[in-house]
Write a protein that binds this ligand. Structure first.
Ligand code: NAP
Length: 246
């Protein structure tokens, strides 16, 4: 269990991040719910956690902004004393074919999904090094491993997450800090909710388990990698994808 632990979950106002925040709180962690634009939904997550007997606080921060991430993490440390778990979940898509992709769409996705994870890890790792303990879990994706037509920016950001994860795992292992990634397949959230029904059906047909996953199934993996039980696992990419990549 995670009693007494302070966990930061980025992009926890909706979808997978929300499920992770709720799971970690249900295991006893105090959860910092980070959001960018969805204040009301972040507040709803906080209330839900408290109604279930847990504890949480909401913090606004655009993870793509290096300076703001520094302030955000310093504020959390000042107010809560330490950070034991960091889950870099915040992410966006701006899909389009390479030939037509704007520089802005490429930059936004890389800056949020990849640089955002660097930004928080940059500041949190200093605190975890002092503590000589910590768990970092970064959200990659199956497409970071396989690539995907129409997602050059997104797949590059998620492949980058894997390199970032493995490098940080090697750097931080001597101080007892583990760093792992999760590569979800298709999960039922706002992100995949925009896909046309026909595309969803065709995609599900390609998944060995025959269906999209649920945010709670990613949350279970994140909770395990954040736990004491996962203390001998680092630098790994855990696929939670219904068998899409094997
Ligand atoms: P989602 O429902 O679209 O939610 C995205 C979350 O990220 C929201 O809480 C959003 O916060 C936050 N966010 C976006 N930009 C941000 C920024 N600049 N700073 C801080 N927070 C930001 O997405 P999801 O499906 O839950 O995906 C969560 C993660 O899993 C992402 O990294 C995604 O790439 C990855 N993933 C998802 C799937 C899938 O099938 N759904 C598959 C593989 C990987 P606000 O609403 O407050 O802006």
């Amino acid at each position: 269990m995670l009693e007494g632990k302070i966990a930061v979950v980025t992009g926890a106002s909706r979808g997978i991040g929300r499920a992770i925040a709720e799971k970690l709180a249900s295991m006893g962690a105090f959860v910092v719910i980070n959001y960018n634009g969805s204040k009301d939904r972040a507040e709803e997550v906080r209330q839900e956690i408290e109604a279930a007997g847990g504890a949480a606080a909401i913090y606004q921060c655009d993870v793509s902004d290096y300076e703001k991430c520094g302030t955000f993490i310093q504020d959390v440390i000042k107010e809560h004393g330490r950070i034991d778990i960091l889950v870099n979940n915040a992410g966006v898509t701006r899909d389009g074919l390479l030939m037509k992709m704007t520089e802005e769409a490429f930059d936004q996705v890389i800056n949020t999904n990849l640089k955002g994870a660097f930004n928080t890890m940059r500041f949190v790792s200093r605190q975890m090094l002092k503590q000589r303990s910590g768990r970092i879990v970064n959200m990659s994706s199956v497409v970071g491993v396989t690539g995907n037509a129409g997602q050059a920016n997104y797949a590059a950001s998620k492949a980058g997450i894997i390199g970032l994860t493995k490098s940080a795992a090697r750097e931080l292992a001597p101080k007892g800090i583990t760093v792992n990634a999760i590569a979800p397949g298709f999960i039922e959230t706002d992100m995949t909710g925009v896909l046309p029904e026909k595309v969803k059906e065709a995609t599900a047909a390609q998944i060995p388990l025959g269906r999209f996953g649920k945010p709670e199934q990613i949350a279970a993996a994140a909770a395990f990698l954040s736990s004491e039980d996962a203390g001998y696992i680092t630098g790994q990419v855990l696929h939670v994808d219904g068998g899409m990549v094997m």
